[in-house]
Design a protein around this ligand. Sequence first.
Ligand code: SF4
Ligand code: SF4
Length: 223
Amino acid sequence: MEKQFTSRDMVKIGCHDCRGCFSCCQGMGDTVVLNPYDVYELTKNLGKPFEQLLEKEIALHTEEGMILPHIRMDGEREKCIFLNEQGRCSIHAFRPGLCRLFPLGRSYDYPDEDRIEEGEAIGFHYFILEDGCPQKEKTKIKIEKWLGVSRLVAHEAFILSWHNFCKKFQKKAGDLIRDPEQEEYIRQMNLFVLQLFYGKSYDVEQDFYKQVEERLAQANNII
Ligand code: SF4
Ligand code: SF4
């Protein structure tokens, strides 16, 4: 089992400001998945609503029956749409959570490891992705500093709630898909979730986490 860390731990992942490397910003297909906070940050900082981002910067894909947005890779070398000509991230200050995380991953903790499918995760740990980043002579850095997310406690609580909601949605979609007559219902569920969490704007004057919590409560009652 990989070594597990909390955000307060020091890990050897510092990569000297990437030293001109951008290998984790290209060829990533649809894997830079965006959660509602990522899209909130993009819409707020780029001044574009979700629908407009879908025209260029973001695309949709399906994961186990759930439609989710991801950052678009572009051109022959499949470079991230936000990579500039100098090979730097043009949205560094408000880059998505998965970009902040790399080369770390998250592993979720379940009360009953043998019945993960049925239960809700009660927390998560960070781990270092093997061969994730090729940079040599890494330096030690505290995970919370590496992530650079303000209000990390609230953010981590949201990450856990969002994970549990996605798993619940995917389980329901997986159960329903066995019945071809339910296809339209799954599509409607997806449209509802996309609109509720991504399409419907958040009030930037109010606390994001409180707003998304209310939406999660609403969606959890329906799904
Ligand atoms: S692979 Fe490592 S060094 Fe290269 S861009 Fe990603 S984090 Fe930076
Ligand atoms: S958003 Fe920035 S950090 Fe993330 S893949 Fe694109 S260029 Fe890289």
